[in-house]
Design a protein around this ligand. Structure first.
Ligand SMILES: [Zn+2]
Length: 70
C-alpha cells in the first residue's frame, strides 16, 4: 500500500511500505534507508501519517508518486 514518507532533509513523497517485504530498501523499524526521489540519492526516510499533513504537504508528496517496486 502507498504511504507518505519524509526524508532526512524534509522532502515528502509517496512510497510503498509493505510489511515484511523490502526491495531496494533497508528497514530500520519505522525508518529505512531508501533512494529519495526528490534528492535522487539514498537517505534515511520515515513514514508520516497523512492526517498530520496539510493539503499543501499532501500535494507536494503527490508529485512523487510511488513507482513500481523494481
Ligand atoms: Zn530527500
Amino acid at each position: 500500500m502507498a504511504a507518505i514518507a519524509e526524508c532526512s532533509e524534509g522532502a515528502l513523497f509517496e512510497t510503498l511500505w509493505v510489511p515484511h517485504v523490502s526491495f531496494r530498501a533497508i528497514r530500520l523499524g519505522n525508518r529505512r534507508l531508501q533512494r529519495c526521489p526528490v534528492h535522487r540519492r539514498w537517505q534515511l526516510v520515515h513514514r508520516v501519517a497523512p492526517a498530520t499533513l496539510t493539503d499543501e504537504q499532501l500535494a507536494a508528496a503527490a508529485r512523487y508518486p510511488a513507482g513500481p517496486v523494481l
